[in-house]
Design a protein around this ligand. Structure first.
Ligand code: FES
Length: 164
């Protein structure tokens, strides 16, 4: 039995070389595309996994003036918190829920404290401790970390944890 020559071997030399070159080029393109896709997935994984468990981006530092504050939610959308910029590179954050009856507290830059409008509760911006009024315990503190211009919430420190 005589083997039929393949179609490729019937093509004259230079054209066959050109066909092989296109095939080789297609292989390079395919391998390059797969490598780029893997690289992209790796970069995305690295980006999303670079924050530890429980950490979340909550603000851009340059969007908040010194002595300014913003409201954010952490760790869940129904948990309001307050972020206060106390200096060029210093931020503090606390739960915004008053420990007395749950009214929303606000930062008062004139007094440099956190105040509750309902019954006159006053908290320290230094540690969330009660300075005046009926609140029975400090505001839970949100651990803040500054990474470049990113302000990150890194977890909650309960008042009981502070006492340890
Ligand atoms: S609810 Fe804040 S002082 Fe009463």
């Amino acid at each position: 039995m005589i083997d039929e020559p393949s179609q490729a071997s019937q093509i004259p030399g230079p054209e066959r070389d050109a066909k092989v070159s296109r095939r080789g080029f297609a292989k390079y393109i395919t391998v390059g595309g797969i490598a780029a896709a893997i690289g992209g997935i790796w970069a995305l994984r690295r980006h999303f996994h670079s924050l530890p468990e429980g950490a979340r981006l909550i603000a851009q530092a340059d969007a908040i003036p010194v002595e300014g504050s913003i409201i954010f939610q952490y760790p869940t959308p129904e948990k309001p918190c307050i972020l206060i910029r106390t200096g060029e590179t210093s931020f503090v954050a606390y739960s915004r829920i008053c420990t007395h009856n749950g009214c929303p507290v606000s930062y008062n830059p004139d007094n440099r404290d956190i105040e509750c409008p309902c019954h006159g509760g006053v908290y320290s911006i230094a540690d969330g401790s009660v300075l005046a009024g009926p609140p029975p315990k400090p505001l839970p503190r949100i651990r803040i970390e500054l990474r470049g211009n990113d302000v990150l919430a890194m977890g909650i420190v309960q008042a009981e944890d502070l006492a340890r």
